[in-house]
Design a protein around this ligand. Structure first.
Ligand SMILES: Cc1cc2nc3c(=O)[nH]c(=O)nc-3n(C[C@H](O)[C@H](O)[C@H](O)COP(=O)(O)OP(=O)(O)OC[C@H]3O[C@@H](n4cnc5c(N)ncnc54)[C@H](O)[C@@H]3O)c2cc1C
Length: 434
């Protein structure tokens, strides 16, 4: 039987992080053999949240390649140029581009790499293969949900972050409770039979505010309730001084900092990206709720200072029990759809963290009692084992700009490719077929 080709690099996930990596590999290390597996049917950027009118939250030049190689053909500017939209785009009265256009840019770049990607391929198990008894890991075997098998001398793991599901919702398996990743399809399903529906949105993030705005425009949504623990929907910290968290120098400083100082910086800088929104959408929500009151057609209700106590799926609706933490007042309401705009997990052992990405948990056993540690080049510290890189998961080790943002994708892929060249080409000398 023909042996499975042993790849130099297998990328798991083909979202923006590994698309940026594909560009960097083509431009910097074309000699490496590479494939990507992606569970979706094609290249889509956050399709469940592609809301009409929403914009991106990064400068468009912080795209998949420009900060690393401004002359690359894969830049956002060249995308506009080749699609004959440059002048019209530059004339738009917008601060940042529409998310729809950026999603098209991501798709446009991805199509150049179609020959390297297997879509409809979900990695379902990852196994380390040793060269012999007690020998270090020589390569990895990755199985997909439909039974395919890949082998590679290095892995670049970029599946996006795991959704954060707060405790009251953790055990619920009901299609009427959904994370924001699935907002648009679940809303469409809820509204499909034309009745009047009640929707709850949990969380105080940018996504929560965007969802409240979008849902309030849907004819079938008769009642829309936002729940947040905060006193109010908070504005993001958009100070240009704070935004230096998206500088490469910040990543160096953060990565080298003590755990105590990392925690201190994260506390100080959290509102640059989390539990807060841009002022444009906050203002729209405030005015829209006010205007509904003027018309005596109040559909939007914002319940602040709320702790969710319990969530109970009943036939008549999802029952949410909550408590106002100042007054102690407890309430119970039923909804047809509950959206968790509650963000994502980071790596670590604290609150809102997971120790390992679930798929790679078997590798954790190799570390014994040692905590997960990720080097500056995004390589997981696994001793002399074949290298595994985390691409887009390293906020707790590399700082606020690392996960959850386009800002450092291009430079991150350079770090990973430089390291891959060292690790795969120079250090290991296994045959390509084994
Ligand atoms: C609603 C929303 C809006 C955002 N807007 C912005 C913005 O405007 N600007 C910004 O800088 N950042 C934004 N972000 C942050 C966002 O995380 C990044 O922009 C970017 O999507 C990160 O890319 P990624 O490749 O790391 O992750 P993802 O985009 O999540 O891509 C991961 C890919 O891996 C695939 N995958 C997962 N598991 C498997 C598996 N087991 N096997 C195979 N494939 C798998 C997924 O299908 C997916 O395609 C936004 C995030 C959200 C949720």
């Amino acid at each position: 039987m023909k042996p499975t080709p042993l790849l130099d690099v297998l990328g798991v996930g083909f979202g923006p992080a590994n698309i940026a990596l594909a560009i960097a590999l083509e431009e910097l290390a074309p000699e490496l053999s590479v494939r990507f597996i992606e569970r979706r049917d094609g290249p889509h950027w956050q399709p469940g949240m592609l809301l009409p009118g929403s914009d991106i939250q990064n400068h468009p030049l912080r795209d998949l390649v420009t900060p690393r190689n401004p002359r690359s053909r894969y830049s956002f500017t060249n995308f506009l140029f080749e699609n004959k939209r440059l002048y019209e785009h530059l004339n738009l009265p917008l601060h940042y581009p529409l998310r729809l256009e950026y999603a098209q840019y991501v798709k446009w770049v991805a199509q150049f790499f179609a020959g390297q990607v297997d879509y409809h391929s979900e990695a379902s198990a990852i196994e380390a293969v040793e060269a012999g008894v007690d020998a270090p890991v020589a390569h990895y075997r990755v199985r997909t949900a439909d039974g395919r098998l890949y082998r590679a001398r290095s892995l670049v793991f970029a599946p996006g972050r795991t959704p954060h599901v707060p405790t009251p919702f953790a055990a619920i398996r009901d299609p009427r409770v959904q994370h924001l990743n699935h907002y648009l399809p679940s809303l469409a399903k809820t509204l499909e039979d034309g009745g009047e529906r009640r929707v709850a949105v949990i969380g105080g993030s940018q996504s929560a505010v965007e969802i409240l705005l979008h849902a309030s425009e849907q004819a079938g949504v008769a009642k829309l309730v936002g729940y947040t623990r905060n006193f109010g929907y908070r504005q993001k910290d958009t100070s240009p001084f704070s935004d230096e968290v998206y500088f490469p120098g910040f990543v160096d400083a953060f990565h080298g900092a003590s755990e105590e100082n990392k925690a201190r910086l994260r506390r100080e800088l959290v509102y640059t990206n989390y539990s807060a929104s841009d002022i444009d959408v906050l203002n729209q929500l405030y005015v829209r709720r006010y205007e509904e009151g003027l018309r005596q057609q109040q559909r939007i209700e914002l319940r602040t200072c709320q702790e969710i106590l319990d969530c109970r799926p009943e036939e008549a609706g999802i029952e949410l029990h909550s408590r106002h933490f100042l007054t102690g007042e407890v309430s119970c309401e039923r909804y047809d759809l509950v959206i968790l705009a509650t963000g994502f997990l980071d790596l670590g052992n604290g609150e809102r963290q997971e120790p390992w990405p679930p798929l790679l948990a078997p590798l954790a056993a190799r570390l014994g009692d040692l905590p997960l540690s990720i080097a500056r080049d995004y390589r997981v510290e696994l001793g002399s084992a074949a290298p595994v890189y985390f691409n887009g998961l390293c906020e707790s080790s590399h700082g606020m700009g690392d996960a959850g943002s386009f800002s450092l994708l291009a430079l991150r892929s350079q770090h990973i490719v430089d390291s891959l060249v060292q690790q795969v080409t120079h250090k290991l000398e296994c045959p390509r077929y084994a």
